[in-house]
Design a protein around this ligand. Structure first.
Ligand SMILES: Cc1cc2nc3c(=O)[nH]c(=O)nc-3n(C[C@H](O)[C@H](O)[C@H](O)COP(=O)(O)OP(=O)(O)OC[C@H]3O[C@@H](n4cnc5c(N)ncnc54)[C@H](O)[C@@H]3O)c2cc1C
Length: 403
């Protein structure tokens, strides 16, 4: 029978980073991923881009994956926040915070491919694809699970099962952990757009009555668009051909970036927030979207998940994974993560309710919030600090110490 110290179920972005982290810690790691990444060509892959916070960059640095990846990212040095049809603009600058950048943007498929390569180069990690976890049982000393691979069912034993199987986690259900889902009744259209002007390092967040619209810088004078709307309006926008779509985008965003000269493939995502009631059960722990799925408005889902990985790394650092102390360590990890997770979720929720609403009182509040943010350095610093991922302290991976 196969046996490994840590098994990670789910080889999405979060599962792959977790694998690299635990391998650096000296553990043998196996990743089970249900999809076959070899069959997915970039064109079919998810078109979204990910804004990486500085806390994430620090973790990437500690894992040795940043220097090369950085070449395929664009830096965010300024954030311009505005509200369509109302006064009030806020500008956040990295230089005000004595930073070179506030974050970096990378295309999802570039990051996924890069992490897959890093994992395949690591001899302590076995990546098994396509392999779907089917069931599990746990005792005080081990987790025994079965996964399906090429029409065969394989049995595997592990000391720690890290559950990273995404928002609709079936493993969470197997563990009997309830999850609460709130539907924002919104969906996001994601696409890359080309512009005739590019202001180096500027990211834009524009709040409209229908929902927020973000444009994040990408290499080659392109921007990653995340445009949130009520589902029916999103459907209509998806059905438009490119030019009418671009015209509507101009109506909402204006001409700060000159003209949108081209738009790439559009992909639509329904937006829900899912919160798992518990993060740990015995020798199993939930991370990433399986633990918390957030609204993409604040660009924090992946960043929050990497802070989970950082804290989990610390929680198991001094433990013998085979000992019964592991489940106590995981319970402590769960309590330690609560504050950061709640704060991040609340920040996203506050932005969504404050900025996707056309009630007159809310309009005043919104304009006031933007002006306050623009003129009050402390408020700005706190907001940026949260966005950069430093609001909840540092794990040792964030300090750059793969011990
Ligand atoms: C439009 C949009 C924009 C976003 N922008 C940002 C951003 O700017 N910044 C940011 O930080 N976050 C952002 N996010 C969030 C970010 O994309 C997610 O937080 C992150 O991708 C979650 O990764 P994951 O690995 O937890 O889940 P997933 O990517 O869902 O991966 C789960 C994996 O598990 C596999 N799997 C499922 N079941 C099984 C099983 N039984 N056995 C084995 N494998 C299984 C699946 O095949 C999948 O590959 C955005 C999200 C959206 C929708």
């Amino acid at each position: 029978m196969k046996s490994v110290q840590i098994c990670i179920a789910g080889g999405g972005l979060v599962g792959l980073v977790a694998a690299l982290a635990f391998s650096r810690q000296g553990h043998s790691v196996c990743v089970l991923e249900a999809r076959d990444p070899a069959l997915e060509q970039p064109a079919q892959m998810d078109a979204r881009s990910i804004a990486l916070s500085l806390s994430t960059i620090q973790i990437f640095n500690a894992l040795g994956v940043w220097p090369q990846l950085q070449q395929q990212t664009a830096a965010i040095r300024h954030v311009h926040v505005s509200s369509a049809g109302h006064f009030g603009v806020s500008r956040l600058h990295a230089s005000d915070l004595q930073r070179e950048a506030m974050g970096f943007v990378v295309e999802y498929h570039v990051l996924l491919r890069y992490l897959l390569e890093a994992v395949s180069r690591d001899s302590a990690i076995e990546l098994i694809t396509p392999a779907r976890l089917l069931d599990l049982q746990q005792t005080e000393h081990k987790v025994t699970l079965h996964y399906q691979r090429e029409n065969k069912t394989v049995r595997l034993e592990t000391s720690l099962l890290v559950v990273a199987d995404g928002a609709h986690s079936s493993i969470r259900e197997m563990l009997g952990i309830a999850a609460h889902t709130d539907d924002y009744h919104q969906s996001a259209i994601v696409a890359n757009v080309k512009t005739t002007h590019a202001f180096n390092g500027y990211a834009y967040e524009r709040f409209t009555v229908n929902g927020p619209l973000a444009l994040l810088p990408l290499p080659d004078q392109r921007y990653a668009l995340v445009w949130t709307n009520p589902p029916q309006r999103s459907e209509l926008l998806m059905r438009l051909s490119d030019q009418p779509f671009i015209d509507e985008l101009h109506r909402q965003f204006g001409y700060r970036l000159g003209y949108f000269s081209a738009v790439g493939k559009r992909v639509q995502f329904g937006l829900t927030r899912t919160r798992s009631e518990r993060l740990a059960d015995g020798r199993c722990v939930l991370i990433g979207n399986a633990a918390n799925t957030l609204h993409p408005v604040a660009g924090q889902g992946f960043n929050l998940a990497l802070r989970d990985v950082g804290q989990l790394y610390d929680a198991i650092e001094a433990l013998d994974l085979a000992s019964s102390g592991l489940s106590v360590g995981l319970t402590e990890y769960e309590s330690a993560r609560k504050k950061d997770q709640q704060r991040t979720v609340q920040l996203g929720d506050a932005l969504v309710s404050l900025f996707s609403n056309d009630l007159p009182l809310i309009n005043h509040l919104r304009a006031g919030a933007l002006v306050a943010l623009d003129v009050c350095p402390l408020l700005k610093q706190e907001f940026s600090w949260q966005g950069m991922g430093f609001g909840a302290g540092y794990s040792s991976l964030m300090r750059g110490v793969p011990r």
